[in-house]
Design a protein around this ligand. Structure first.
Ligand code: URA
Length: 241
């Protein structure tokens, strides 16, 4: 593929802007400044630098972000910063969306992609990929609360009781829950319905992809990384060739 087309496909501007980047000497390939925007490269495995930022070509892109507290999962946030501002601009230009949402006051693993099929499979399919949360609660957790969460709790606006797939108490006021729904404020509402209150909430894994078992590189709040096929496999997703 032509260099200007590669740059355009990766969100680095229109073809005209991509050619200007090359002519301005801002694009390097293997450490050497590129001069010909029309030069042909094999895009598979192609890496390049723009303004000293290293990029790698990908037809579709998959990202994991450690969402910090205080960010909204919206392009037009109302009261807070947008999570999209934590990602580089070219990813926005190529239309990356968040895979579901986390509340402003929830931290943890948030995925992004420009692959609509992937977003649907992980976030919108009827039976979604599991989400793993750790909640700190306001009061000591009672055995009856755990039983209620496993049996299913009645929620306002939900026709059927909603149950956690797994519940594990990990402290007097700490609980881990696995759910496979993605409804608004679900974990907070479930714990409230069971008779407690969430003080803080963190999502540490989605499917088999965890921030805590080495399956992802270490991500501090606001850090992100690319997801490779081995990561997508942990989500039960295979990229089409
Ligand atoms: N459940 C919640 O209550 N909040 C989230 O951000 C995610 C799940």
């Amino acid at each position: 593929m032509q260099l200007d087309r590669i740059l355009q496909s990766q969100g680095l501007g229109s073809r005209k802007e991509a050619r200007k980047l090359v002519r301005d000497g801002l694009v390097k390939i293997k450490g050497i400044v590129a001069t010909d925007p029309f030069a042909e490269y094999d895009e598979n495995g192609f890496t390049f630098e723009v303004d000293d930022w290293e990029w790698e070509y990908s037809k579709l892109v998959y990202i994991a972000l450690h969402k910090p507290l205080g960010y909204e999962c919206s392009h037009k946030p109302k009261h807070n910063e947008s999570v999209f501002h934590l990602l580089p601009e070219p990813l926005m230009v190529r239309g990356v969306q968040s895979v579901g949402r986390l509340d402003v006051e929830t931290s943890g693993l948030l995925l992004f992609s420009d692959d609509g099929q992937f977003i649907h499979a992980i976030a919108h399919a009827k039976r979604q990929v599991t989400k793993h949360y750790r909640a700190q609660t306001a009061q000591d957790i009672q055995p009856a609360e755990i039983e209620a969460l496993l049996a299913g709790v009645e929620l306002h606006d939900e026709p059927e009781p909603v149950a956690a797939l797994e519940v594990k108490q990990t402290g007097e006021r700490q609980i881990e829950l696995v759910i496979d729904h993605g409804k608004y404020h679900l974990v907070r509402r479930m714990i409230a319905a069971a008779g407690n209150h969430v003080e803080s909430l963190h999502r540490f894994a989605v499917g088999g992809l965890s921030m805590e078992d080495g399956s992802l590189p270490e991500l501090e709040p606001s850090d992100w990384c690319y997801l490779r096929p081995k990561h997508l496999a942990l989500l039960g997703y295979q990229v089409e060739k």
